[in-house]
Design a protein around this ligand. Structure first.
Ligand SMILES: [Zn+2]
Length: 198
């Protein structure tokens, strides 16, 4: 490689998911040949984003402020709390449905092998439910084995605190991640959610 910096640039692009050596090379050449302005903007926004975007203290979604705009909004129904696995799932529900309640982002699901048990996932949520404001806990974890186990645990947690657990209706693909479900299917599954029973 004729430039050590170019080599570093290529390697840096490889931190992105799905980007291998070839694609990283193409990106680096593109920026240098035709996209220097875009490259400057990308570098600036990227640096700012990784410094300034943290997590909302209430829902754990990404936020630049201690409490995110959704949690801080006076226009949301505080009796409904929808639990999702990731920020991408939260965005999918917000975009596809007319849901006006609040969210809680797990940032993961049960994974005993990685040492993520119910306790690790549910501690902050339990404190939230103990507040007594939430009457319906909408469990929107994925329909994978771990997602179902997480849902079961969350339903128990909700009942312990006097909240009604509900689960998105069937029709979502088995083993599927919410963020990849099309809008119509997600909207329908959300709208026809049913109470969870043992
Ligand atoms: Zn929030």
């Amino acid at each position: 490689m004729s430039s050590p910096l170019l080599e570093q640039l290529i390697e840096s692009f490889r931190v992105l998911p799905g980007v291998g050596r070839k694609t990283a090379q193409r990106m680096a050449y593109h920026v240098l040949e035709r996209g220097r302005d875009g490259g400057r903007r990308l570098a600036q926004v990227l640096a700012e984003a990784v410094e300034r975007i943290g997590h909302c203290s209430q829902c754990r979604d990404f936020s630049e402020t201690d409490v995110c705009t959704v949690c801080a909004s006076g226009g949301r129904d505080r009796q409904q709390l929808c639990v999702v696995e990731s920020p991408a799932d939260r965005l999918a529900i917000e975009t596809a449905t007319g849901y006006r309640g609040l969210y809680y982002v797990l940032q993961g699901r049960l994974s005993p092998l990685d040492g993520i048990g119910p306790r690790e996932l549910g501690l902050a949520l339990a404190a939230r439910l103990a507040g007594g404001e939430v009457t319906e806990l909408i469990v929107a974890t994925s329909s994978t084995v771990e997602g179902e186990a997480t849902a079961h645990y969350l339903a128990q947690l909700a009942r312990q605190h006097g909240a009604r657990p509900s689960r998105l209706a069937q029709g979502l693909p088995l083993g599927g991640e919410l963020e990849y479900v099309d809008r119509g299917t997600l909207s329908h599954a959300f709208g026809t959610r049913g109470e969870m029973r043992d």
